[in-house]
Design a binder for this molecule. Structure first.
Ligand SMILES: CC(C)(COP(=O)(O)OP(=O)(O)OC[C@H]1O[C@@H](n2cnc3c(N)ncnc32)[C@H](O)[C@@H]1OP(=O)(O)O)[C@@H](O)C(=O)NCCC(=O)NCCS
Length: 144
């Protein structure tokens, strides 16, 4: 059964295997854990039989007006079961009251986010491949 929880407290890197699919260089589970701990908001989906994380979403926020959602991912074998939508709904509930909640996504995901209440906008981005230097990974898409 998939269960949801807020926050990364007590989480171990070993529970974070199988993410960043398709990234040219993917952060290690240890770096992933650091990123979760450094986020203002984290919602996790766990397979309670295995104890492993199967999906996560993060937000960074000023706590007053704005939040940005940098990462949402569900492990491929768990996709298409409503987990990504549920993670985002739970995150949005935590962010209720803020003026702006922003994210950037690829074109095919626009309908997914529209169903969750987001409206299309224009995003600008800077990506630094050197920040992922030394991480493992193979040929794939640029990080989102
Ligand atoms: C996007 C993502 C988080 C959705 O998680 P999920 O648990 O599969 O989502 P849900 O089951 O709630 O919703 C599934 C719906 O999302 C949409 N969707 C998911 N991935 C999609 C994609 N790559 N292209 C287009 N639509 C997609 C589809 O409408 C899908 O419906 P379907 O299963 O009937 O085809 C997941 O596909 C994922 O981790 N993708 C890789 C990482 C990523 O792209 N993250 C978003 C960065 S902005």
């Amino acid at each position: 059964m998939v269960v949801y929880r807020d926050g990364a407290e007590g989480l171990e890197a070993e529970q974070l295997v199988g993410f960043f699919v398709g990234w040219r260089a993917s952060p290690s589970p240890e770096r992933h854990l650091e990123a979760l701990r450094g986020s203002d908001h984290v919602v996790l989906a766990l397979d309670d039989a295995r104890g492993s994380v199967v999906g996560f979403v993060t937000a960074v926020s000023d706590g007053v007006l704005a939040a940005y959602v940098p990462l949402l991912e569900v492990r491929p074998e768990y996709q298409g079961r409503g987990i990504g939508s549920e993670l985002m709904r739970r995150l949005l509930a935590r962010l209720e009251g803020l003026y702006m909640v922003d994210l950037a996504c690829d074109e095919p995901l626009v309908p997914f986010y529209e169903r969750l209440g987001f409206r299309r906008g224009v995003a600008m981005a800077v990506r630094d491949p050197d920040a992922l230097a030394g991480e493992t990974g193979g040929p794939g898409r640029e990080p989102g």
